[in-house]
Design a protein around this ligand. Structure first.
Ligand code: ASP
Length: 588
């Protein structure tokens, strides 16, 4: 036996026991004639003691141990003279009598402690060392618990976990596919699934009734902090259900996860269901952060045409938010906010602000254009009180201006400490539009995906005004993050063909790309619907992380590279020849 105990479990009650531990040398200190070593394994840290006086040769060997050496020790558990109440094992130490070096270690390129001196790139290159750090390891433990609890809950509800293939066919809708050449079928390619969407629908046609899978999905997109080229979904589908059934089932799962993984009881109350148009109007976002208010107030009536300010008089949307107690903001702080909204990534033309002063009067950056009565109306419309700061954006595209105001709202929320990572505000956004216009493609695109069913009452609009059709789709939002999304699906081949037509597919192209699905629908497809959670995002919210990378064992960097494996990389000419692939000469 390599060990009789782990480095995390010994307590005062174990004093006097003879134990064997194995692990890594985290740190060693020499004090007088004593050498102290912190021994680490997955379960914790235990202090080892070597005494020059009682066993000089052993103590000298201990003095030679370097950081991250793998050792095995046997010794007696003893009560510590100076206890450390920050460590679970802080009451005891091991008086070592035997030391066995299992493996030496090079000096690690960064310190393997909570606060490390390693930068991001270095830590990713040596991720296996980074993962030895408790804070990183904890994220993986949380993820594990999240998966286990998901499986146990869905199993209790009758869901079957079914695997779907990773090598599938390429489909044009959605993000860019990763493609894989087929050696046995030269000139032909598989694609990696962006999600098992059509396969889970086929499982419903197959009568599986309730399916789930914790599954890798692949999308070849440009990366941001919360995106990875491969990510994990909890993918689910159910038969003979309506929107309400799906929402209730997954609210149940979400509450179960909060309770068992985070110890948070979300209570019996159903989550708020906010129609998409209302979310956009009140928060300028389809994933509003509802941990705080600061809702938008539309100010067209108050400020357009009521003064000499040309910018507002020419606007098609004017909206404001009220930041409580922020009238004290200095000129410099307001300039910072102005620079923020004018930055290229936000793109607003400018920021108008108004302070409500202690005597209740309003002092604004547009005072010279408006009579005091108008500014007073502004105060009333915003329900602002003495000490509050009103921030106003305007523009000629209501949706764009709302999105800019949303960014400003989020920034103010952060500034005011209203976005506490330990508080969770969950809701469903429902009634999404079915399509959105793409300037790039010059056609309507599916807002969710092409298999989403329209609201039954909107089906007649498909022929006359498709842009106004609402979808039977829903997103689950937590703290301003879309953690899941899904829809009730089309299960009728004729309606599915019509949607493909609206999306600009010729009947031949639709048949070529999605014939397998439309044909399956002709063999008795049940009504069905489902959703998928973004597991990485949900876990990082639970762990209070800023990036999903921190809860992934071996993530990729922002250029899609695995710097530890040095992938992607060139392949041998022989491999390319087998695949009948010739590389075009590179131009740069
Ligand atoms: N497959 C969808 C997605 O990946 C989720 C769903 O509609 O179930 O977004």
């Amino acid at each position: 036996m390599y060990r009789t105990k782990t480095c995390g479990e010994l307590r005062i009650a174990n004093v006097g026991e003879q134990v064997t531990l194995a692990g890594w040398v985290q740190r060693s200190r020499k004090m007088g004639g004593m050498t102290f070593i912190d021994l680490r394994d997955r379960y914790g840290l235990t202090q080892l003691v070597f005494n020059q006086e009682t066993d000089a040769p052993l103590c000298e060997r201990a003095n030679k141990l370097g950081r991250e050496y793998v050792i095995q020790v046997t010794g007696c558990v003893s009560e510590r003279f100076s206890k450390n109440d920050k460590m679970p094992t802080g009451d005891i130490e091991i008086i070592v009598s035997e030391l066995n070096v299992l493996n030496e270690a090079l000096t690690p390129p960064f310190t393997i402690e909570e606060q490390t001196d390693g930068g991001d790139d270095l830590r990713m290159k040596y991720r296996y060392l980074d993962l030895r750090r408790e804070c990183v390891r904890r994220n993986l433990e949380l993820r594990h618990k999240f998966c286990i609890e998901t499986r146990s809950y869905l199993d209790s509800q009758g869901f079957l976990e079914i695997e779907t293939p990773v090598l599938v066919g390429s489909t044009p809708e959605g993000a860019r596919d990763f493609i894989v050449p087929s050696r046995m079928n030269p000139g032909q390619f598989y694609a990696l699934p962006q999600s098992p969407q059509t396969l889970k629908q086929l499982l419903m046609v197959a009568g599986m009734d309730k399916y789930f899978q914790i599954v890798k999905c692949f999308r070849d997109e440009d990366l941001r902090a919360d995106r990875q080229p491969e990510f994990t979904q909890i993918d689910c589908e159910m038969s003979f259900v309506e929107q309400d059934d799906v929402i209730k089932t997954f609210e149940g799962l979400t509450k179960h996860l909060f309770k068992t993984v985070r110890g948070i009881d979300l209570g019996e109350t159903p989550f708020l269901r906010l129609p998409w148009s209302e979310a956009m109007r009140r928060f300028g976002s389809d994933k509003p952060d509802m941990r705080f208010g600061m809702e938008f107030v539309e100010l067209m009536d108050v400020l357009k045409g009521t003064g000499e300010f040309g910018v507002f008089n020419g606007a098609t949307y004017i909206g404001g938010i009220c930041a409580k107690g922020c009238a004290v903001f200095t000129r410099k702080q307001l300039d910072e906010l102005t620079n923020f909204v004018k930055s290229p990534q936000i793109g607003a033309k400018g920021l108008v602000y108004a302070r409500v002063q202690d005597d209740g009067t309003v002092k604004s950056s547009v005072d010279k254009f408006y009579a005091p009565e108008v500014l007073n109306k502004l105060k009333e419309a915003m329900q602002a009180e003495a000490g509050d700061l009103i921030l106003i954006l305007s523009g000629d595209d209501a949706n764009r201006t709302r999105k800019q105001l949303c960014e400003l709202r989020l920034l103010m929320g952060s500034r005011l400490g209203l976005r506490d990572k330990n508080k969770f505000a969950l809701l469903w956004v429902v009634d999404f539009p079915m399509f959105e216009w793409s300037d790039e493609e010059q056609r309507l695109m599916a807002m969710h995906h092409p298999f989403t069913s329209p609201k039954p009452e909107d089906i007649p609009l498909l022929d006359t005004d498709p842009a106004r059709v609402c979808a039977n789709a829903y997103d689950m939002v937590c703290n301003g993050v879309e953690v899941g999304g899904g829809s009730i699906r089309i299960h009728d081949a004729v309606l599915q063909a019509k949607i493909f037509d609206i999306l600009g597919f010729t009947p031949e192209k639709a048949q070529e790309q999605f014939g397998f699905l439309m044909n399956a629908f002709k063999f008795g497809a049940p009504p069905h619907g489902g959703l998928a959670y973004g597991l990485d995002r949900f876990v990082s919210l639970f762990a209070g992380l800023d990036s999903i990378r921190d809860c992934i064992a071996f993530p990729k960097n922002n250029s899609g590279r695995d710097v530890m494996l040095d992938a992607p990389s060139a392949v041998d000419q022989k491999q390319l020849d087998e695949l009948e692939i010739a590389l075009a000469p590179r131009t740069e």
